[in-house]
Design a protein around this ligand. Structure first.
Ligand code: PMP
Length: 434
């Protein structure tokens, strides 16, 4: 900051005055975060928080991870920016490295600056390749803030419905439904897809999906679901776009979450963790689809040396420290611990679900608190005990645990202990209020 350090109230006041009213923040009593170091965040007062959200799966290798920051800074000092119309090395090196880790024949990448932009590019690539205009998407998926990506976003709160096209996207029920057994919910989803395909299958360029829905409330379909879905799409010449913006780069215990289903998508999009906090987006495709992308396309900052050098350092770090396997092991510890908490507080914790270090705990209201109020109360009190947890879900009642992949087992155990304490308190209060 350039001026004197502001207190949280001064920041809130300026956000209200100079930001857009739609810009929300968590907590009724939010801390002013001034520093990050690996899995920890520090506020203005020097209080430490263990970060279990990482800005929605972004800082997967830890805040200000020296091994990565060093390479960002080195590139920043050497060559900050020029255009992709000149030759620079970091971008092509990154594309080559990604080709090594991307599944199947997906190996050509275009770089941009955000998740929305990556999905926008992927949707255009599908249109150019198939010559078709429309898209399929899942209910309660989230794919971005630009117009086309908002059209395929299925969460009402993230759409500007009055301004969207009515025919661009057809939504299929997602493979999860309150009260339905997971396999039955997945079958219901595919039956609905089959009906749409029988009616107008040849109008769709692609279906865009999150392998595990993030903002929709951490929804992981049964392993067979995407295999069946891919076959159905192929029969109608429809491409599958995997939005790996939250799930990619190892978080779920595989480099890309679609690998859990043994499915190779036609196009894969990435952002968030690829830059570990530095803006980057990317969409990757097969040779055939790339050949159809036959119009000039350039991005001023896409593929810039600083973001590319950072992403290369991220990939190196993930590989050198075995973070993909570690996400699986630590994820099981987190999931098991949360399941124990759920058994202890079944009146508050409705369900625990997810994969690797992408886990959600859906909460129920109790006493005078609604589902969403209960979730906000737990979030605030966890923050007061030094743990930053996320929140998502259609009803805003899912605690989201998406920590850095370098989190320690001790941090997970400490968080579970704190959660036990917070739930004991809110549970006691709820019964007092009955
Ligand atoms: N796809 C998914 C799955 C996301 O979670 C998000 C952001 N939360 C986006 C796309 C959009 O990314 P960005 O905010 O970088 O545009």
């Amino acid at each position: 900051p350039t001026g004197a350090m502001m207190g949280p109230e001064a920041i809130v006041e300026r956000r209200k005055k100079y930001g857009l009213p739609c810009t929300a923040h968590f907590y009724s009593n939010p801390p002013h975060i001034v520093r990050g170091s690996m899995q920890y965040l520090y506020d203005q007062e020097g209080r430490r928080y263990v970060d279990f959200f990482t800005g929605v799966s972004v800082v997967a290798c830890g805040h200000c991870n020296e091994a990565i920051t060093e390479r960002t800074v080195e590139q920043l000092r050497r060559l900050q920016h020029t255009s992709t119309i000149y030759l620079t090395q970091p971008m092509v090196e990154l594309a080559e490295r990604l080709a090594d880790v991307l599944p199947g024949a997906v190996r050509r990448t275009f770089f941009c600056n955000s998740g929305s932009e990556a999905n926008e590019g992927a949707l255009l690539a599908a249109r150019l390749h198939t010559g078709r205009r429309n898209f399929l998407a899942l209910e309660y998926g989230l794919h971005g803030r630009t117009f086309l990506t908002m059209n395929v976003t299925g969460i009402p709160m993230w759409r500007a419905d009055d301004w969207l096209d009515s025919d661009t996207a057809t939504f299929i029920p997602r493979p999860w439904c309150d009260g339905l057994e997971p396999n039955a919910a997945a079958r219901r989803s595919l039956e609905a897809l089959a009906a749409v395909l029988a009616d107008k299958g040849e109008t769709f360029a692609a279906m865009i999906v999150e392998p595990i829905q993030g903002n929709g409330g951490i929804i992981k379909p049964p392993d067979w679901y995407y295999r069946e879905l891919k076959k159905m799409l192929e029969a109608h010449g429809i491409l599958l776009i995997a939005d790996e913006i939250q799930t990619g780069m190892g978080r779920t215990g595989r480099m890309f979450a679609m690998e859990h289903y043994e499915v190779t998508p036609d196009i894969i999009t990435m952002a968030k963790a690829l830059g570990n906090g530095v803006p980057i987006g990317a969409f990757s495709m097969t040779d055939e689809i790339a050949a159809s992308y036959n119009r000039p396309s350039a991005s001023t900052f896409g593929g810039n040396p600083v973001s590319s050098a950072t992403a290369l350092a991220v990939l190196d770090y993930i590989e050198r420290h075995g973070l993909v396997d570690q996400a699986m092991v630590l994820g099981e510890r987190l999931m098991n611990g949360l399941c124990i908490v759920q058994k202890k507080y079944p009146d508050i914790v409705a369900e625990v679900r997810g994969k690797g270090l992408m886990v959600g705990a859906e909460l129920k209201g109790c006493g005078e608190r609604t589902d969403a109020e209960m979730t906000d109360t737990v979030l605030e009190r966890m923050k007061d005990r030094g743990y930053i947890i996320g929140k998502n879900g259609v009803k805003r009642n899912v605690l989201a645990f998406q920590p850095a992949m370098i989190i320690s087992a001790d941090d997970i155990d400490g968080m579970l202990g704190a959660l036990d304490g917070v739930l004991a308190d809110v549970s006691a209060e709820s019964y007092q209020s009955l």
